[in-house]
Design a protein around this ligand. Structure first.
Ligand SMILES: Cc1cc2nc3c(=O)[nH]c(=O)nc-3n(C[C@H](O)[C@H](O)[C@H](O)COP(=O)(O)OP(=O)(O)OC[C@H]3O[C@@H](n4cnc5c(N)ncnc54)[C@H](O)[C@@H]3O)c2cc1C
Length: 413
């Protein structure tokens, strides 16, 4: 084996991939290599906060190199270009150079992307929120739009259209509405500052959520923040200054955000040797192994089990990472990996000034609705759990203590 060859290569250091690299290294797996196109890791479920200017300087980025040094794996910053399952190699692009790496086990953890659904003008005129640079670009445009609108005569609100009422769309709408005042430089009233339109193609608001009271609760919170919700409106075209729906409505927009759900990475449709489904996610069996190659595993948003897809959430990616850390060790020793079973713990949503809301599922499938401080604590606990895996107990306790004092300061000072 050459120095650059590995027992386990993980491509993608997101919610699942970064946890898996750390867990494997901590469990004593000697030759683990993590590859990511970025140099730093961010906790993606808070990207909407960054986009709205709510978590600036607060959303701790973690350098992959520091993690690698701390836990004893190799990190390489490069983009995955191709996979050769027969030769058991991958091709990486880092700058102009192309390099090959050999593996015994490959784990694909590349996450997902937002589909443009073939709608005209999306690529040219709409923002998406898939990665940290997207959040930065969105924040920049948001502040510009607020500034430009405020100096019109007479001043008018900045107009934002968000397409899609999944988690990304609703959380982003509420955070933009909550933070426009903080971000806007001009001294304006709320009505003059921002007008947000949240557009859904289905007749049902948040069609991906089966709990009607939660859907109603979210909608009420958004409307209280001044967000206008449109259902049954399919976008036909996105233009530089607005969107047009198939139903004939035109909404003017200074900033359009496309948040129409999640499909797998573009790479998944490029090579037929690794089968993918129609949402460009690699097809895996119950053990999270590719249906075509037993030594290729996948986790998180980039893969799907046929007929029984898991939701595209950090909760799933994290549970899969924990499962795979044990099963890959067993597989390297010649054992058959066990099936992954998803334990649905519910969903937690954060709405800025609109408060937090959660739906917690108990072990027997019973459901508890939570809100306010309980929900906020549970929401942050998911991130803290991720940090605990990556950074260990001390850094997590320090972070949690910081959160606690921030809450006290916000309430009493
Ligand atoms: C705004 C927003 C809010 C969300 N809110 C929640 C929430 O409240 N709760 C929840 O559970 N989930 C939430 N999610 C979903 C959650 O973030 C994802 O489901 C989760 O991050 C998926 O984890 P993953 O490991 O599959 O991929 P990701 O976390 O997406 O990581 C993929 C990694 O792969 C890297 N990569 C991609 N392509 C390549 C390539 N070609 N070469 C090398 N590296 C590559 C990327 O740089 C990235 O680091 C939210 C998502 C967004 C965008």
């Amino acid at each position: 084996m050459r120095e650059q060859d590995s027992d386990v290569i993980i491509v993608g250091g997101g919610a699942g991939g970064a946890e898996l690299a750390v867990r494997l290294a901590r469990a004593g797996c000697a030759r683990v290599r993590l590859i990511d196109q970025a140099a730093t890791h961010v906790w993606k479920p808070r990207l909407h906060e960054l986009a709205a200017g709510a978590a600036r300087g607060e959303l701790g980025e973690i350098r992959y190199r520091d993690l690698a040094e701390r836990w004893g794996f190799v990190f390489e910053q490069a983009a995955l270009g191709a996979i050769d399952p027969q030769e058991k190699t991958i091709t990486l692009a880092a700058g102009d150079a192309q390099q090959q790496r050999a593996y015994r086990v490959l784990v694909l953890a590349l996450g997902g992307t937002t589909p443009d659904l073939g709608v005209d003008g999306v690529t040219e005129h709409a923002f998406m929120l898939d990665r940290a640079p997207d959040a930065e670009a969105l924040y920049k445009r948001f502040t510009q739009a607020l500034d430009e609108a405020a100096v019109q005569t007479p001043p008018r609100p900045a107009r934002v259209v968000i397409v899609g009422t999944g988690l990304t769309g609703v959380e982003l709408a509420s955070y933009l509405a909550s933070h426009a005042h903080v971000v806007a430089r001009a001294d304006t009233t709320h009505a003059q500052t921002l007008a947000i339109h949240l557009v859904e193609a289905s007749a049902t608001f948040m069609p991906g959520f089966d709990d009607a009271p939660t859907r109603r609760g979210v909608r009420t919170r958004l409307e209280a923040l001044g967000v206008t919700v449109h259902t049954g409106q399919t976008i036909a075209r996105v233009e530089a200054d607005g969107v047009v729906t198939e139903q004939g409505t035109r909404l003017d927009s200074d900033m359009t955000v496309w948040a129409t759900g999640r499909v797998g990475p573009p790479l998944a449709v490029h090579d037929e040797r690794l089968p993918a489904n129609d949402k460009q996610q690699w097809r895996v069996g119950k053990t999270l192994q590719s249906v075509a190659h037993a030594d290729i595993f996948a986790l998180g948003d980039c893969c799907a089990l046929e007929d029984s897809p898991w939701p595209a959430t950090a909760q799933v990616a994290s549970q899969q990472a924990e499962h795979l850390s044990a099963q890959i060790m067993a597989y390297l020793d010649g054992d058959t990996p066990a099936a992954f079973v998803f334990r649905d713990k519910g969903v937690l949503m954060s709405f800025g000034a609109g408060g937090d809301l959660g739906l917690v599922r108990g072990p027997r499938g019973d459901t508890l609705r939570i809100h306010g401080h309980v929900s906020h604590a549970a929401y942050r606990a998911l991130e803290r759990q991720h940090q605990w895996v990556l950074l260990g107990t001390r850094a997590t306790v320090e972070g949690a203590a910081g959160d606690f004092f921030d809450t006290l300061r916000a309430r009493y000072v």
